[in-house]
Design a binder for this molecule. Structure first.
Ligand SMILES: Nc1ncnc2c1ncn2[C@@H]1O[C@H](COP(=O)(O)OP(=O)(O)O)[C@@H](O)[C@H]1O
Ligand SMILES: [Mg+2]
Length: 259
């Protein structure tokens, strides 16, 4: 079963953070115990999206081996409806922390991987979390590779943008195949995605371009742009088509049926 999910992409702005937060909230709404982690140490964003600017504890401290995991988890369950649990561990957005994380050497990254791998025992086994979701940096950052290695399932977000397609292809072939990771592709920001003919066309394109299972197709929604990151969409807009698509994705991951 997939318990640890990394959300990754070749380029930035493909919707990783949006997908991570809303997948986590979808699981929490359905009664699961979930924790989302900001592993985008170069451009932290969860602190803002989750309105946790006042936080004084950071996932950086856990990876730096200066804090235990329990003390860097924020319980934000009050942000979601239902009886699930929603926790977050944030990347430190201070300039100093960003510079610090950008200057880590290989040895540090290897130890950080060990700390990431240890989460399975400390959170999934001991604290009975159902899902851990890693929101990553785009591309081949060490921190993202670590997240992929530690995950059971990788959600790859991509847009139709020319500059994204070739890089994504290469990444799928050279990185995920290398680690033999279960992978699901999300085509995001698709225009006119609801047309049936368009769906078949997209599925065929994904098959020839990427040769990986599809997790879902997400239209470009003006309402999402208009919200300017102020909403957890699946929570605040329960009847929106976006919420329905996210629920389908979560179900596919839950029942292990990505194809
Ligand atoms: N399907 C979509 N429709 C409309 N806007 C979207 C969609 N997906 C993502 N966005 C917007 O695109 C921007 C980048 O998304 P984000 O999740 O921050 O990407 P990443 O984490 O991959 O850099 C955000 O403003 C986000 O709200
Ligand atoms: Mg992001």
């Amino acid at each position: 079963m997939s318990k640890i999910i990394a959300v990754h992409s070749y380029k930035g702005g493909t919707g990783k953070t949006l997908l991570s937060v809303n997948l986590a909230a979808t699981f929490a709404k359905s009664g699961k115990k979930v924790c989302i982690f900001d592993l985008d140490f170069r451009a932290p964003s969860l602190f803002a999206i989750l309105k946790a600017e006042d936080s004084e504890v950071w996932f950086n401290d856990y990876l730096n081996n200066t804090s235990e995991i329990d003390s860097v988890l924020l319980d934000l369950s009050s942000k979601v409806s239902g009886n699930g649990k929603f926790f977050a561990s944030l990347a430190n957005p201070s300039t100093e922390a960003i510079r610090d994380m950008s200057s880590k050497d290989r040895k540090w990254e290897m130890r950080a991987l060990g700390r990431l791998l240890a989460l399975r025992e400390s959170l999934i086994r001991d604290k009975e979390f159902d899902y851990l979701i890693f929101d990553t940096s785009p591309g081949l950052q060490y921190s993202s590779i670590n997240a992929i290695v530690a995950a059971d399932f990788v959600v790859v977000a991509t847009t139709g943008d020319r500059s994204d397609v070739d890089g994504t292809k290469r990444m799928l072939k050279e990185l995920y195949n290398l680690f033999e990771k279960k992978t699901g592709l999300v085509l995001n920001k698709v225009l006119d995605a609801s047309a049936t003919s368009k769906k078949a066309e997209l599925a065929a394109k994904v098959k020839t371009n990427y040769n990986v299972p599809m997790l879902g197709v997400l239209p470009c929604f003006c309402e999402i742009l208009r919200a300017e990151g102020n909403l957890i969409f699946v929570q605040d807009k329960p009847d929106h088509p976006f919420t329905k698509i996210l629920a389908e994705m979560a179900k596919k991951i839950e029942v292990n049926e990505v194809n």
